[in-house]
Write a protein that binds this ligand. Sequence first.
Ligand SMILES: [Zn+2]
Length: 250
Amino acid sequence: MISSWRSLKKYTILAIAIALIVFIWRIVPPTRSQSLAAFPPPKVHPLPESLANYVDRSRRDNYLTEIDKTPLGYLVWSQFPIKIFIDKPLQLGNSAADRRYQAWIDAVEQAVSEWNVYLPLKEISDREMADIIILRSQPKREVKLNPKTGLFDIPRAVTAETTYKFYLQKNPGTVAHKMTIEISPNYLGVSLLATARHELGHALGIWGHSKDRGDALYFSQVGNPTGISSRDVNTLIEIYQQPTRLGWRI
Ligand SMILES: [Zn+2]
């Protein structure tokens, strides 16, 4: 008796599971796969004036060779100003926690104003409309199965992270990108500013790291960080002269 009841129960669960899968499949239509040929061919956008006007008094040294290209090309912005949303509460008081939050906002805004010399940036309050979203949060440590090794990759703890995603933009119809920067609330002082500057450099298109300690995009944190170097700007200029499929009409 018990065994046949169990098998009945098993079949019922199986039937419900199948019905659920069919139901979910019906409400979420399958995505359409497109080959890269469906996207605009990679082309070079006009160099923004602020970069074209940059005169490097030192050598025209850069680290373009360290910069990664995405499947859609270099992560170049072509609509200016680039719209930035900074995660802030409506009001901040005078508590220790609020003062720490204010210091976080000040450092992020300082980093935005430093990069604004080279690319036009504008802070906006509508998160949905932003090209770059800067959040005061601890990046999650995602445990992922590595399909190549069959092992789980457990990332080391990070205190800041920049990620990108592509989406279809209407009017004009283009493939666009959006950047999200997460910076931990635990950062303070100079290292907070250096981190905001570094991550914003990634979000503006420097998708790689420098091997030179004097650059904002140096791969590791340094004790006495300096500002944006001429090598950082020269690299940005090189990147903005590379082809991309982003920002062109479909
Ligand atoms: Zn980095």
